[in-house]
Design a protein around this ligand. Structure first.
Ligand code: GDP
Ligand code: MG
Length: 285
């Protein structure tokens, strides 16, 4: 079950609404989701694996090439495809993927998101435009943010998915490790708190993650590309970074339901976004 679409249309918001946990970080900046993340819903009768993908875009950096590969791979290995667009976006702005969807052998759900920002007339028009380009797709207008029609999308996915043995253990919530989730929580706060190039220049590595009965101790390294970015990230008297740490820690405590001790270091790793080796090391494949 794969969710694809252009950056920022609301893919991660929808996946989180369906999985019911904040797995995939969401911000108003495009390209927030860099990896493919699986969200898993388990019930006594079924397991659904949702796959959130980085948005589709033209690569500028090596990192983006890898992100695009992750989005493309989503087209080949799913049982159901969910293509997300938003009210106000025209089909012809999304050419390349539409051609692939037209050839898709698995059912396609076309979800028009953010209808809370639109009106009935515009939504009706968008539906008929999309019906023309994708006659076989089932079209559902939703608002992922306000959870309007999210249930309907979820129900259709369950109906369309073929029966097969579960892919993950029944108690799994995601294919990503706890380390990964902790790292993403830090990255989300950085994305929200800083402007301009900082959000795109950082990567977070969790050096250690140690859990005992009372506490989880997490050490993180935040990599930036230049010395000047390090200064901005840390801020006056360390204030800016402290805020990142505090907010990330609160999210982690809510997620892991445990007290968190979070330690963060900032290091300069020149030009990591263009280094194949570094990108691999950070887990982009
Ligand atoms: P992604 O890049 O496709 O994963 O998009 P995100 O899920 O990260 O969402 C991008 C932005 O759109 C965030 O600011 C969301 O809060 C916002 N958003 C998502 N769904 C809706 C919606 O239904 N209505 C409105 N108004 N905003 C939404
Ligand atoms: Mg996303």
């Amino acid at each position: 079950m794969n969710i694809i679409g252009r950056p920022n249309v609301g893919k991660s918001t929808l996946m989180n609404a369906m999985v019911g946990q904040k797995l995939s970080i969401i911000t108003s900046k495009a390209q927030t989701t860099r990896h493919r993340i699986h969200g898993i819903v388990n019930t006594p009768d079924y397991q659904v694996v949702f796959s959130d993908t980085p948005g589709i875009l033209e690569p500028e950096y090596k990192l983006q090439e890898n992100m695009l590969k992750a989005a493309r791979s989503a087209l080949v290995d799913a049982d159901v495809l969910l293509y997300m667009t938003e009210a106000g976006m025209k089909p012809d702005e999304e050419n390349d993927f539409i051609r692939r969807l037209q050839k898709s052998r698995v059912p396609v759900l076309l979800v028009i998101n953010k209808i809370d920002l639109s009106n009935q007339e515009k939504v009706t028009k968008a539906i008929s435009l999309w019906q023309e380009v994708l006659p076989k797709a089932e079209i559902i207008p939703i608002s992922a943010l306000e959870k309007f029609n999210v249930d309907r999308v979820y129900k259709r996915i369950i109906e369309l998915l073929p029966e097969s043995p579960p892919y993950y253990p029944k108690d799994a919530l995601t294919d990503k490790s706890e380390r990964f989730i902790a790292g993403e929580m830090i990255r989300e706060k950085i994305l929200m708190q800083y402007k301009q190039e900082i959000p795109y220049a950082v990567e977070v590595e969790i050096e250690s993650f140690k859990e005992d009965s009372k506490l989880i101790r997490i050490s993180a390294v935040i990599y930036v590309e230049r010395e000047s970015q390090k200064g901005i990230l840390i801020g006056n008297g360390g204030k800016a970074l402290k805020r990142v740490g505090r907010e990330a820690r609160l999210d982690m405590e809510a997620f892991f339901v445990k007290k968190i001790f979070l330690e963060m270091k900032v290091k300069v790793n020149r030009d990591w976004r263009n280094s194949e080796r570094q990108i691999k090391k950070f887990g982009y494949h």
